[in-house]
Design a protein around this ligand. Structure first.
Ligand SMILES: O=c1[nH]cnc2c1ncn2[C@@H]1O[C@H](CO)[C@@H](O)[C@H]1O
Length: 344
């Protein structure tokens, strides 16, 4: 049977995409005190309704993880459910990113957490036909994690891990006076570059264009997470366009974190579309935004005013800029071709 999965997503935090009802059930099973009585109320409790600062948006991650860290069965189930939610959103291929250390608790290590996520992804992939790969995230504010991030990225390169990223509050945790990104994180990216591990970096989300330049020049980033403020610097923007650097944009998240302050028809995505830039449409954190890829696409059509074929084009951009080996990339593009019957 021909697959109807035809979308590619490159920027989705697994911890930010945990199915609320499953988190609720895990928390109940473990005897956690919950602020609400039903799974539906829990979903509403986690969903951010109004724009706030990125820092506040990110403050919900420790809350979510406190319910599930250290619980292997729960983590496997969440990973299976994640893949099911991808299939419901017609995702053929997804690169999911996460911080293995956030799953650790007591004697349950970051590596145990990583293995549980990978196990769930494998089970989910077999069941729902979605192809998934992992990107391990280093956190800007916790450079102490870097050595382990590099070790795990190398050790699991043949088990579904295709790259690394750095996340966190890119404005608050980036110290331009002291030289920007922490040296340990710069070293992590340089080592990954030498080892042939792919690299993307959160930059230009809340921070300015200079951080995007640093990500390209010092971190050897092949893609940029968010990157909206690239457009504030015309020279850098021309460089991105010329070099076809891929920007992983996340519409609703950009609004809820106040990364983008303009109204929807003037969203940076509108400009990227007009300039035929290399970018993709992504969810970032569905548990916190309350919407998956279907709704993000609708937002692009209805609010930003993208034409439908532009969404087809962004899927091809995403497939071409994915961290898959060339042969698998060609297979993915063929899968898109079979569905769209037109290549953009
Ligand atoms: O939009 C974002 N910008 C920057 N960092 C983020 C964003 N969403 C999640 N994380 C960070 O990624 C890790 C979980 O994968 C967490 O550390 C969270 O703070």
């Amino acid at each position: 049977m021909e697959s109807d999965l035809h979308r590619v997503e490159l920027h989705c935090h697994f911890e930010g995409a945990l199915r609320p009802s499953t988190v609720f059930n895990i928390a109940k099973r473990r005897g956690h005190k919950l602020p609400v009585a039903t799974p539906e109320e829990f979903a509403e409790f986690m969903r951010r309704k109004e724009p706030s600062l990125l820092r506040e948006f990110l403050s919900y991650f420790p809350v979510l993880m406190s319910f599930v860290a250290g619980d292997p069965d729960g983590i496997v189930q969440l990973a299976v459910d994640f893949i099911e939610d991808c299939a419901k959103n017609k995702i053929a291929y997804i690169e999911s990113r996460y911080v293995p250390q956030l799953f650790a608790k007591d004697s349950f290590t970051a590596e145990d957490g990583l293995q549980a996520v990978l196990r769930g992804f494998e089970l989910g992939s077999k069941r729902f036909g979605v192809k998934v790969r992992s990107i391990l995230i280093a956190i800007r504010a916790i450079p102490e994690f870097c050595d382990e991030t590099l070790r795990l990225a190398k050790a699991y390169a043949n088990h579904g891990v295709v790259g690394i990223d750095v996340a966190g509050d890119d404005k608050e945790d980036y110290d331009s006076e002291r030289g920007g990104t922490h040296p340990d994180i710069v070293r992590l990216f340089q080592e990954a570059y030498k080892a042939g591990i792919h690299r993307t970096a959160h930059a230009g989300e809340n921070s300015g264009a200079e951080m995007v330049t640093e990500a390209l020049d010092s971190l050897h980033a092949e893609r940029i997470g968010h990157g909206y403020h690239t457009l504030d610097n015309p020279t850098l923007y021309q460089r991105i366009l010329h070099d076809r650097v891929h920007l992983e944009t996340c519409p609703l998240s950009s609004h809820l974190t106040s990364a983008v302050l303009t109204d929807w028809p003037h969203h940076p995505i509108q400009r990227l579309a007009a300039d035929k830039a290399n970018y993709s449409i992504n969810t970032d954190d569905p548990t916190l935004t309350g919407q998956w890829l279907d709704a993000e696409y609708r937002m692009c059509l209805d609010r930003i005013g993208l034409p439908p074929w532009e969404l087809v084009r962004t899927n091809y951009c995403a497939a071409r800029s994915s961290f898959l080996p060339e042969e698998e990339k060609a297979d993915l593009i063929a899968q898109l071709d079979a569905y769209y019957r037109v290549r953009l």
